[in-house]
Design a binder for this molecule. Structure first.
Ligand SMILES: Nc1ncnc2c1ncn2[C@@H]1O[C@H](COP(=O)(O)OP(=O)(O)OP(=O)(O)O)[C@@H](O)[C@H]1O
Ligand SMILES: [Mg+2]
Length: 170
């Protein structure tokens, strides 16, 4: 599967990362799947918070969500299932969570939700064609730029290459 980095955006603050997430979230559609990776503390959960907001989910939905949960379910116009695999130790736990079924559900007629998998690289997971791949890189900069991040967006070839035009236009 070809996974191109189609473009990247830089963020210097927590708010900027959240806002990029919001822009992305506004354009996600039922059945979309997102594999989210990036080193510890890079801002993955911050981005997902923005995605939830952009999908029209009430912020109250995620405020009360325990940080240690492996699966967060946020209800809104579309349900967002946010898996966080950081604490997963064995593949069996992924199966217990039903993650492969959540990823596959795109292929049947149940397309009423979006799935984001944080730490998607911790397990060998099969994302369906058309999935998004988002990676956050921490950039080493000078003086006050330790907070600088690069957020890279890509998708496999099943998605039209023009999908991200909206992100670049804004
Ligand atoms: N540009 C930035 N973008 C996102 N977060 C930033 C940025 N600069 C600083 N931060 C801070 O970095 C931390 C990121 O935390 P967050 O929980 O979103 O990361 P994470 O990648 O989900 O962490 P973990 O690997 O533990 O799951 C927050 O404290 C946030 O305020
Ligand atoms: Mg996190």
């Amino acid at each position: 599967m070809k996974r191109a980095t189609l473009f990247s955006l830089e963020s210097a603050t927590t708010e900027a990362t959240e806002s990029i997430g919001r822009r992305f979230g506004r354009h996600l559609r039922a059945g979309d799947r997102v594999a989210l990776t990036g080193e510890l503390g890079s801002g993955k959960t911050t981005l997902v918070r923005g995605v939830a907001h952009g999908m029209g989910i009430d912020p109250q939905e995620w405020v009360s969500s325990p940080t240690y949960a492996l699966l967060h379910e946020y209800r809104g116009p579309l349900t967002l299932y946010h898996f966080d695999l950081y604490r997963i130790r064995h593949e069996a736990e992924v199966l217990d969570l039903g993650l492969p079924e959540y990823l596959r559900r795109q292929e049947d007629k149940t397309r009423d939700h979006v799935v984001v998998v944080e730490w998607a690289d911790r397990m060998a997971l099969k994302f369906p064609p058309g999935s998004f791949y988002v990676t956050i890189e921490c950039m080493v900069g000078n003086d006050s730029s330790e907070l600088q991040r690069r957020i890279c967006f890509g998708h496999d070839e099943a998605r039209g290459a023009d999908f991200f035009d909206f992100m670049e236009r804004q």
